[in-house]
Ligand binder design. Sequence first.
Ligand SMILES: Nc1ncnc2c1ncn2[C@@H]1O[C@H](COP(=O)(O)OP(=O)(O)OP(=O)(O)O)[C@@H](O)[C@H]1O
Ligand SMILES: [Mg+2]
Length: 411
Amino acid sequence: MGIIGNDDDKDTNSFIIGKLVESEELLNLDISFPHVILISGKRGTGKSYSLGVIAEGLLETSQLVLLTDTMNIYWTMFKKNTQNESKNLPNYELISEGLPINLITIKSNDDFYETVQTETNLVRITKLILLPSELSPSEWCDMFDLSINSPMGMALFDAVSIVSEKSSFSISDIVAKLNETEIAIGTLKALERRLKSVEQWGLFGEKGVKLNELMDNRHINILDLGIIPRGFGGGMRNVLLTILIRKIMNNRVRIRKYEELAEISDNAYLYKSKIRKGLLPLWLLIDEAHQFVPRKGTTVSKPALITWAKEGRQPGLGLVMATQRPGALDSEILSQCDIIISHRITLNQDLKALNDLSQNYMTQELRYAIGEIKGRGKAIIMDDITEKLIKAEIRPRKTWHGGGERKIKKY
Ligand SMILES: Nc1ncnc2c1ncn2[C@@H]1O[C@H](COP(=O)(O)OP(=O)(O)OP(=O)(O)O)[C@@H](O)[C@H]1O
Ligand SMILES: [Mg+2]
């Protein structure tokens, strides 16, 4: 068996992600400590599919996983894979099966997921509720893609800053404050409209959801960012993810201290209940990651994700990012990746971004290795820990891979 991410065969916790192309040996991915993993490849080469393989493996090994779904393609994981490639699952000592999923959504989502629930008992639905005070004034502006230098942005920033002086506030408080302020009527009405629609979604409430009520390690937790109604820009998705990231990091940093105390203390039992109330170490999986950590420009989620990648090891926070365009991903986060799984790539700029990451121990230029791979699911894996460059084939999914193209068909 081959392993990526750990050079100590004995002390490892891992799951099968595929096989080595040359020897046909099974290939495992180490999860004994958090990694920062990049999955790249051009369109249709298997990035989202591979991300799903990793999510399945993480559930199999009882890891806590949060899969960020921008494209609405992972809710089908409750269904077993019956596609052609699933016939090869026994080669990996696996069977095709639907897995328990937890769909994190917002209140006003239509009843689609409830409909899905009538198909199966493998689906849990959890509504995400945030407190308005969990967003800073500038994040309120980011949510609506408003620059804080624009009239609307300035008015919203000021109103939220004032209502934030109270320990808790509601959207109606923001609207009331705006009405007390001297701003152009057009600006006021436009802001009111936006705030009212957010209020209707039920994303904000008086009582937020606790993180350990929101997700657990018995399900693949899927944060459905596709729930944000079209017409709202990427800002809303970014803010949502950022708030969650911040909450998770704070929780894990705090719990990690108790875990350490339990490790060194003679009275470990005293801390067990505190630890149990907190979150387990968590793996964050992000598809279309360039939307959240772009190379050019800033987004609210960018600094949060860079911090996650840089500081996540200690509190136990892993990160797996998939992107078609590694060249469009922030270079600081790229440099944090210790494992790179690259499906076929042809764009020069993206090959260059990956090549820049290849280390001295690699005699072969990555670009030639990547040029050689052909076929869906095939990948070159660059492992900074074992200092290896390997050719691999990612295993078939146990679950149904969503996002297939719409064939013309009558229902
Ligand atoms: N490991 C694999 N084994 C078998 N088939 C695969 C594998 N990986 C991908 N495929 C096939 O390739 C198709 C496209 O994969 P996927 O949706 O992951 O592409 P992608 O790289 O995410 O594309 P996009 O850039 O458009 O998001 C899948 O629907 C599946 O049929
Ligand atoms: Mg994809």
